[in-house]
Ligand binder design. Structure first.
Ligand code: GTP
Ligand code: MG
Length: 330
């Protein structure tokens, strides 16, 4: 039985769960539903929660969800890679932590393991976010570990990004400098019940103060929380709300929409192009001989890739026309 777009738009939880499973299995009918849902997306507020394994992201997401529910907001949660090797079996822990929301019709939770999504993690996340958006969820929370390349793309999909750190960063502060500063709209020093929370907070504040912020530009606040006891979470939500207002104002919202569109198109295109190229080569029985040639250095992968791209796609992608339409300027 196929899921209909109508069911999703009506917020049907079972239909949404089935659609997401079908999308995982790349069932064409599911992709068709996703296509027709796309124009109904763009209404949800997307909030990213990023941080090292075990920093308390899920606990925080759980607290934020409770606060949002009290305000009558519906919530979608996407947890990416909760089966991190560091905390082992955390997926079960996630379930327990989220359990209080499990019976709440206003909360939709979906976990996504990195395994089985090689190269397509961003795309799978985008699919899920879009389904939740089309379902009418007011807020979508995305929990991700760290800032791998894939995650950097994912965070561009969020209107607001919370970066969670814990006291006693030490060398980690370097890692923060390297990548997280650009993506953080709000810093949270979670586990503030532990020693060194103030020091960590000051270190991050110093780091922020070294950045250049123009007039009226958002400067990330640094907030201590103890997610385990729900301390500081209400204050966090105040900052989240403040950033939401900023993010939805022009010119920020226009820039965001364009950036999200770019990530969406490129991620989907990337996955599709690779799938198409590989299946084309396979169906012509070319893949194995080509690999053998490469292994013997009779050919090089650069030339092969060029050829595959030129011949296999270019014309067909444009509807099989002999004269592709002139490039449009955006
Ligand atoms: N002391 C203290 N412990 C906390 C706090 N917040 C969360 N924890 C604990 O830290 C552990 C990890 O919390 P999670 O919320 O699962 O962390 P996470 O970042 O989602 O972990 P992964 O998804 O596995 O990366 C759990 O045992 C929590 O109870 C806090 O503020 N203080
Ligand atoms: Mg977690």
């Amino acid at each position: 039985m196929t899921v209909t777009a109508k069911e999703i738009l009506a917020g049907d939880v079972r239909a949404a769960a089935r659609l997401m499973r079908d999308l995982d299995d790349e069932i064409p009918a599911a992709v068709r539903v996703l296509k027709s849902l796309y124009r109904h997306t763009g209404r949800a507020y997307i909030l990213g929660v990023t941080g090292a394994p075990g920093s308390g992201k899920s606990t925080l997401v759980n607290r934020i969800t409770s606060l949002l529910r009290k305000r009558g907001k519906t919530v979608g949660i996407v947890a990416i890679d909760p089966t991190s090797p560091y905390t082992g079996g955390a997926i079960l822990g996630d379930r327990i932590r989220m359990q209080q929301h499990a019976l709440d019709e206003g909360v939709f939770i979906r976990s996504l393991a990195t395994r089985g999504h090689l190269g397509g993690l961003s795309r799978s996340t985008l699919d899920i976010v879009n389904v939740m958006d089309a379902m009418g969820k007011d807020v979508i929370l995305i929990e991700t570990v760290g800032v791998g390349q894939d995650e950097v793309e994912i965070v561009k999909v969020a209107h607001t990004n919370i970066v969670v750190v814990v006291p006693g960063l030490g060398d980690d502060i370097q890692a923060i400098k390297a990548g997280i500063l650009e993506i953080a709209d709000i810093f949270v020093v979670n586990k503030a019940d532990r020693e060194g929370a103030d020091k960590t907070r000051r270190e991050i504040e110093t780091m922020i103060s070294m950045g250049e912020y123009g007039e009226g530009e958002w400067k990330p606040p640094v907030l201590p929380t103890v997610a385990a006891t729900d301390t500081g979470t209400a204050e966090l939500l105040v900052e989240v709300e403040r950033h939401r207002e900023y993010a939805f104002r022009e010119p920020h919202i226009a820039r965001y929409r364009r950036e999200k569109a770019r990530v969406e198109l490129l991620e989907i295109l990337k996955t599709r192009l690779i799938e198409k190229a590989v299946s084309d080569l396979e169906s012509h029985g070319l893949l194995e001989p080509l690999l053998a040639d490469l292994a013997r250095k009779r050919k090089d992968p650069y030339s092969i890739s060029e050829k595959v791209v030129d011949h296999s796609f270019a014309l067909r992608l444009l509807g099989g026309r002999d004269n592709p339409p002139k490039k449009k300027r955006y």
